[in-house]
Design a protein around this ligand. Sequence first.
Ligand SMILES: Cc1cc2nc3c(=O)[nH]c(=O)nc-3n(C[C@H](O)[C@H](O)[C@H](O)COP(=O)(O)OP(=O)(O)OC[C@H]3O[C@@H](n4cnc5c(N)ncnc54)[C@H](O)[C@@H]3O)c2cc1C
Length: 429
Amino acid sequence: MANTKHQIVIVGAGSGGIMVAANALRKRKNLDIAIIDPADFHYYQPAWTLVSADVYDYEKTKRPMEKYIPKGAKWIKDKVAELDPDNNQVKLASGDTVSYDYLVMSPGLQNRPDLVEGLAETLGKNNVCSVYTDPLYAKEVLMNFKSGNGLFTFPDTPLKCPGAPQKVAYLVSDRLNKKSILNHGAKVIYAFPGGICFGVEPFKTRLYEINEERGIVLKHAYSLVKIDGPNKKAYYKQTKTENADGGPITMNDPNNEIKETETEDGLKVIDCEVCHLAPPQRAFEWVQKSKLAHQDGPDKGWMKVDQFTMQNPDYSNVFGVGDTIAVPTARTGAAIRKQAPVVVDNILALIDGKPITSHHYNGYSSCPLVTGKGRMLLAEFGYGGKRMSDPLLSKFVDTSREKWTMWLLKKYGLPFIYWNKMLKGKMMD
Ligand SMILES: Cc1cc2nc3c(=O)[nH]c(=O)nc-3n(C[C@H](O)[C@H](O)[C@H](O)COP(=O)(O)OP(=O)(O)OC[C@H]3O[C@@H](n4cnc5c(N)ncnc54)[C@H](O)[C@@H]3O)c2cc1C
């Protein structure tokens, strides 16, 4: 069993890991960086919603990992099995260990269908699908949906790209409306555990208008607890009966369009011809068990970092980015674009024997809300749900309007910027 040592060790070569490595090497060429990741391919996950609507080729979201490991970084093609921050080392599945001066955690998160009764058995079959786990099966199911209830569900755990379950529902309702199929008995239902479907204005108002225009039936405060794929039934617990403002939830299917039954123990049962969902999501077990994770509270299991500096409060040589960390903003690639340079600048300062920098992450994240084929809004926000605008993007477009140009940005502009700029450590600061 070998032990190797590197100045900076990065766990995970997804969006976060590659952006940190590439940005660091652009700023200082002679760094000794190792990236640990077992995967053969790097995926551009933001296009998976478009794949489900048959407007993006899945194969274009997938590229060989070796092409994106930055020159000058060493790729260790193995899996981290255990973290040992007291001894500045990580243990690999092969039994090898890797020591570090600085550690950057970016392994992403895990889909956990096993946390909803019946879901692990039926996901990927029986018209139960998810762009999070299999965008091609989601395409097959959703493009063939023509009648009956189409149920779209948001989980009751944190998730990456929280806008995606909604975007998939909009793409389907747009196709159905265009083909006038709604008149033939197809219904789109969007069920979610929260009291509102989106938290940031003016996007929230526009999304409620779209739901109304399209006849999308909303089910606020609905938390999925069980799914019976073969019998096409989804079981929900109603999590609350009041809106955020304390008033009763009046918007849940006011016209009684969806026939619902109730079990003896009060679960609401919805029949569904197709079901698209985001499965519950969690940090990996080995992250949850480690001393780097929150041990209790609402962020239990997610990696602990200071929300501004991205530094772990207990181990000053450990930083985190991306989906595995607990910071109060949406988990997206757009967020990582702003987190990665903060991590890099802070590690470089520590290497130089200086205190960490005043370059702070402000919670920036964004959600390209595709509302139909050819239409998109770009919700950008920071900590506290405060609306923000990226200075670079807002030079070209007004992101609060649904526009064809915004759609072009989603379909062509953002993938180009991702592969050719962000993964090269550019266009980030
Ligand atoms: C359907 C969907 C739509 C999305 N839409 C958008 C969008 O429109 N805009 C946006 O900005 N973001 C979007 N995102 C979110 C974005 O893709 C993620 O936030 C981002 O990829 C997270 O980066 P990450 O580095 O944390 O994790 P990932 O990119 O998932 O990478 C994690 C890496 O860690 C590796 N790894 C896992 N386990 C181990 C281990 N044990 N040891 C070593 N390596 C390991 C994996 O192989 C992987 O390469 C979307 C995501 C999905 C799924």
